[in-house]
Design a binder for this molecule. Structure first.
Ligand code: SF4
Length: 402
């Protein structure tokens, strides 16, 4: 039995003494002007963003981002019970940063039929999930009806779950097949069960990175226009940023500012999700993995620049559970979910866990000194009859204090 209530931000922080030390540190440091802006609720500029990326003062970045995080979401950290389905790895886009799509010497091709999808969902039906998250490659030979039937199948098998599906590049492919305006296509997908969009495929929203790494995929303008169209027909989306490859610091700031401008127009983005680039199995294998330092900076600067985004997610699957745990003090108020299975990043899949139980997520949050809140994909709070049994009798001491 579950009920849903709207989230209202909390006002208090668990560590007032730590907070006062943090304020003094920031007032006397190189970011005193940015601190004033954050405290006054004033927007950071392009130059502010660039200074933040150039800085290695992770303590200052975290403290600044934490001020904004706590003002928006109090001490809460959200998580979701979700399951991922990657229905095909056949793709004609050939993005240089991707290890997921089928290619010679790489993953073998697969495409899931309706029966495959149904069977996959049936296998895990004993696990309570609130969200089915579906993204995949751009298969050149699937018809429009495939996508509608895919949604119908998920809805029929897990009617209680919210379907979050399709990156902007998948949507553009679906629109091409449907030969209708994007708004009509989105409404049709919505009628078949689509409830929101995950916000993938943004990568870095500049022409240089587009032309160098993913020239066959949608441009920055197309990604933003598709997202805004979705917002206008009543579908919320997230927005991602793939960092740690060839992008410059300036391009990271441009990316964030383009998202912020789009959000000013529509208000339809819910969450910003920085995605750490993992080069294994890609055409960019010479690029080393991101560091914990960079992962935390991406979260902190995302929080500070995107003043109109309600939530910032630390996607534990990509940055590891320990970094996601620390990220709750660097701007993140969400650590994603149980996931169950994830195919997109092979290096991560081999080296790390692909699944966390709800109890593990709750304990990761409690250990960091935050209040765990189960959410649905639209950030309505889920109250379950079994919620209390997830809490350990004596939570361990927080690992990180402000
Ligand atoms: S990132 Fe997406 S569009 Fe690009 S090659 Fe991989 S699956 Fe295809």
């Amino acid at each position: 039995m579950t009920t849903k209530t709207a989230v209202t931000p909390l006002a208090d922080s668990p560590s007032e003494a730590g907070r006062s030390v943090a304020h003094k540190y920031l007032q006397s440091g190189p970011f005193a002007d940015i601190y004033d802006k954050v405290m006054d609720g004033r927007r950071l500029s392009f130059d502010d963003g660039l200074r933040l990326w150039k800085s290695n003062d992770l303590t200052a970045l975290g403290l600044l981002a934490n001020l904004s995080r706590e003002a928006k979401n109090g001490n809460r950290t959200f998580y979701v019970r979700n399951q991922h389905i990657n229905y095909t790895n056949v793709c004609n886009k050939g993005c240089k940063f991707c290890s997921f799509y089928a290619q010679k010497g790489g993953p073998a091709p697969y495409t899931m039929s309706k029966d495959d999808v149904r069977a996959k969902l049936e296998r895990t039906k004993h696990i309570p999930v609130t969200e089915i998250h579906m993204v995949a490659g751009i298969h050149p030979r699937l018809p429009y009806s495939y996508y509608l039937e895919l949604l119908d199948t998920v809805k029929a098998t897990r009617p209680e779950a919210h379907i979050k599906a399709f990156t902007m590049v998948e949507l553009l492919q679906i629109q091409k097949l449907a030969q209708k305006p994007m708004s009509e296509v989105l409404l049709e997908l919505k009628a078949h069960g689509l409830s929101s969009l995950p916000g993938g495929g943004a990568e870095i929203l500049t022409d240089r990175v587009h032309d160098t790494l993913f020239a066959r995929k949608e441009t920055a303008t197309e990604w933003l226009e598709t997202a805004k169209t979705a917002h206008r027909v009543g579908l919320h989306t997230n927005a991602t940023m793939l960092y740690g490859h060839i992008e410059t610091l300036e391009e990271r700031v441009i990316h964030l500012m383009k998202l912020r401008e789009a959000q000013d127009e529509t208000g339809g983005f819910l969450t910003f999700i920085p995605l750490a680039f993992s080069s294994k199995g890609t055409k960019l294998e010479h690029i080393p993995p991101t560091t914990g330092m960079l992962d935390l900076k991406a979260i902190a600067i995302g929080r500070l620049m995107l003043d109109n985004f309600p939530h910032i997610k630390a996607f534990w699957m990509m940055i590891t559970p320990p970094v996601a745990q620390a990220a709750q003090w660097y701007g993140a108020d969400d650590i994603d979910g149980t996931i169950v299975e994830y195919e997109i990043t092979h290096e991560i899949a081999e080296d790390n866990q692909q699944q966390l139980t709800q109890r593990q997520l709750v304990q990761m949050i409690l250990e960091a000194g935050r209040d765990p809140v189960e959410r649905d994909p639209l950030y309505n709070v889920i109250e379950r009859d079994d919620s209390r049994t997830l809490l350990p009798e004596k939570p361990r001491m927080p690992l990180v204090m402000a």
